[in-house]
Design a protein around this ligand. Structure first.
Ligand SMILES: NC(=O)c1ccc[n+]([C@@H]2O[C@H](COP(=O)([O-])OP(=O)(O)OC[C@H]3O[C@@H](n4cnc5c(N)ncnc54)[C@H](O)[C@@H]3O)[C@@H](O)[C@H]2O)c1
Length: 257
């Protein structure tokens, strides 16, 4: 067997994919890696202009979409159906990424966090499942959670930790409920990653908490977005054909250190 044949299952050759949050950071890295590995990809983001720039870099399609808005999500998936004829892979990467002081945050901040990060992920998953269950080959969904859903990382992030724990619960529930439709549902749990969103948070807040302690990240550094994107690609690809309901921690050893 040639190396190309052996590695084919690790690619998305011929697959049709939607990636949310594709304008920046992990989502952009994943969407571009999907294209490089042979998929047709629709880059989706609330920032439609930035999504278009990211998609143009690899000759892909893009769409503006606020994942917390059901109508916009429906339009996004019908655009993918029109462009590609179906959807084999959904990477749910978009999230609301703003820290907020636990004692002072207005309830509206809590609500927006869950509206985007939890409800938005649900709406996209549900729309993908509606399409995938009509396809004999089913499909694969990868949700991007966070290591902080399982273990606190930084302070002033309680609303985010809660929203991501919801994403993990939905990943497990959907994996069970739609396995008979040949739909796999997994998630990755990134640790600290040098993305646009993380840099923005750092400029707004002094970051403190357990993850910032000396020696807490065993590998001694945060990750690059491409290192998270590769984990998403693996779970999305046929190489992970017997993996569902799994939460893959990609945190440089933070949780075990
Ligand atoms: N960077 C980290 O340290 C880290 C750690 C753990 C988990 N994560 C998770 O990884 C994912 C990507 O994070 P990132 O650091 O690359 O962030 P990022 O801020 O660089 O990118 C997030 C993208 O999501 C988009 N977005 C925000 N709200 C949206 C909405 N309502 N609808 C559609 N798009 C929307 C933004 O415009 C942006 O392009 C997120 O789910 C995040 O929670 C990141």
């Amino acid at each position: 067997m040639s190396i190309e044949t052996a590695l084919l299952p690790f690619s998305l050759n011929g697959k049709r994919a939607i990636v949310t949050g594709a304008a920046s950071g992990i989502g952009k890295a994943a969407a571009q890696l999907f294209v490089e590995s042979g998929a047709r990809v629709l880059f989706a983001d609330i920032d439609g202009d930035a999504a278009k720039i990211a998609a143009d870099e690899v000759g892909a399609d893009s769409a503006a979409c606020d994942i917390s808005d059901e109508q916009q999500v429906e339009l996004l998936f019908s655009k993918a159906k029109t462009l590609f004829g179906g959807v084999d892979v959904l990477a749910n990467v978009a999230a609301y990424r703003r820290k907020a002081d636990t004692m002072a945050m207005p309830a509206s901040e809590w609500d927006r966090m869950h509206e985007v990060t939890t409800k938005g992920t649900f709406l996209c998953m549900r729309q993908a499942i509606r399409i995938m269950r009509e396809q004999p080959e089913g499909g694969s969904i990868v949700n991007v959670s966070s290591v902080s859903a399982q273990h606190p990382t930084i302070f002033s992030n309680m609303h985010y930790d809660s929203a991501k724990a919801g994403v993990d619960a939905m990943t497990r529930a959907a994996a069970i409920e739609f396995a008979s439709d040949n739909i796999r549902v997994n998630s990755i749990l990134p640790g600290g990653t040098a993305s646009g969103g993380a840099a923005h948070m750092q400029s707004e807040f002094k970051i403190s908490g357990p993850m910032t302690g000396k020696g807490r990240i065993a590998l001694g550094r945060v990750s690059e977005p491409i290192e998270q994107a590769r984990a998403i690609l693996f779970l999305a690809s046929p190489a992970a054909s017997y993996i569902t309901g799994h939460q893959l921690v990609v945190d440089g050893g933070y949780q075990v250190s």
